[in-house]
Design a protein around this ligand. Structure first.
Ligand code: ADP
Ligand code: MG
Length: 324
């Protein structure tokens, strides 16, 4: 029996204006006996920034690889700009900017040489390329390094350069695989600004990150992957409201025996759980936690609104210890 990838190689060959920029249905990929992606469904629409979150090994980079043709999926439907990356890679690559998880820069070349090569791949003429390269290097505070050999750059500089490379040829879609790992907060903010202004012009972004704050800042929608499957999806706000609504009081671990008897299992929206060394209580209202503080005589280390990290930990297998 032919594999699903060879049955109809030219199923979609034109770029359909209203089609999602990325559309995956039942995408699966195994390495040997290990299923890295198990029937993944997801969409990224034009002008959206979607965050792909999940623990190490969840399959994020495998999926990104499938999108630009460095990983060949075993089956399922996948379209990027309405083209299958296996059968029409060039139609996709010409409109794509990628920051891969590994920088994949040419270590022996200078920064400028490296960027010139990629600008040529991206279809820019020499006269178009130089000002564009200079502008982006300056933006990422790398202009003083244009004659430096890549291997002499720090890890953070290489990461910035990989981002410059992704933007060179004015792509329509950015695939960013942990783009800010290893960057200091100042540079991280610069990169966020660039991604947000890119998105403002109607272009599309798929980003993986382990920083929940980054996901909340950049992403219109989140897809959480766990063990090769979608564990949850939605806007950050909607996911927080649906999966972890309310406020969290963070207490020291040894507070648990005092707190537990005060929780009424019949009250909806209350939850006791652990995050690292801490005992946490979720309650519908901030005042509920203040009342708990008074009745227990315990001072919380922190009181805060629920956030995306709570949702993430819940969906990716935090041990629940709850009266839900
Ligand atoms: N080329 C490969 N050969 C074998 N196993 C791989 C290969 N690429 C990825 N994997 C495995 O697939 C799983 C998913 O990897 P990956 O997509 O890189 O996860 P993530 O990016 O979410 O951390 C991991 O267990 C990883 O070890
Ligand atoms: Mg990865």
């Amino acid at each position: 029996m032919p594999s699903p990838l060879t049955m109809n190689p030219s199923a979609i060959t034109t770029d359909l204006p209203d089609a999602p920029i990325i559309q995956a249905r039942g995408v699966h990929k195994s390495f040997g006996n290990f299923q890295a992606l198990k029937s993944l469904d997801m969409e990224v629409r034009r002008g959206e920034c979607v965050g792909l979150l999940g623990p190490n090994g969840a399959g994020k980079s495998t999926f990104i690889g499938c999108l630009y043709g460095v990983v060949r999926r075993d089956g399922g439907e996948l379209n990027v700009f309405s083209h299958d990356p296996v059968h029409h890679p060039r139609a996709i690559k010409s409109r794509l900017g990628v920051v891969p998880q590994e920088n994949a820069l040419d270590d022996g070349l200078t920064v400028l040489e490296n960027m010139q090569i990629y600008a040529r791949f991206g279809g820019l003429s020499t006269s178009q390329a130089l000002p564009r390269i200079k502008e982006l290097l300056a933006y990422m505070s790398l202009d003083h390094k244009s004659e430096a050999i890549i291997k002499t750059l720090s890890g953070g500089m290489k990461r910035r350069l990989a981002f410059v490379r992704a933007l060179l040829a004015e792509p329509q879609l950015l695939l960013l695989d942990e783009p800010t790992t290893g960057l200091d907060p100042t540079v991280r903010h610069l990169l966020w600004e660039k991604v947000l202004s890119f998105k403002k012009t109607g272009k599309t972004v798929l980003v993986t990150t382990h920083y929940m704050h980054e996901a909340e800042i950049l992403c219109d929608r989140i897809v959480i992957l766990n063990k090769g499957e979608v564990a949850g999806a939605g806007t950050p706000k909607e996911m927080i409201e649906r999966l972890a609504p309310g406020y969290v009081g963070i207490f020291s671990q040894d507070s648990e025996p005092l707190l537990r008897p005060l929780l009424d299992p019949a009250r909806p929206g209350w939850e006791l759980f652990h995050q690292g060394q801490h005992c946490c209580i979720r309650a519908p209202q901030l005042e509920d936690l203040v009342a708990l503080q008074h009745s227990s005589g315990l001072t919380p280390l922190q009181l805060r609104p629920s956030n995306l990290e709570d949702v993430y930990l819940k969906l990716t297998g935090r041990e629940l210890d709850t009266n839900e």
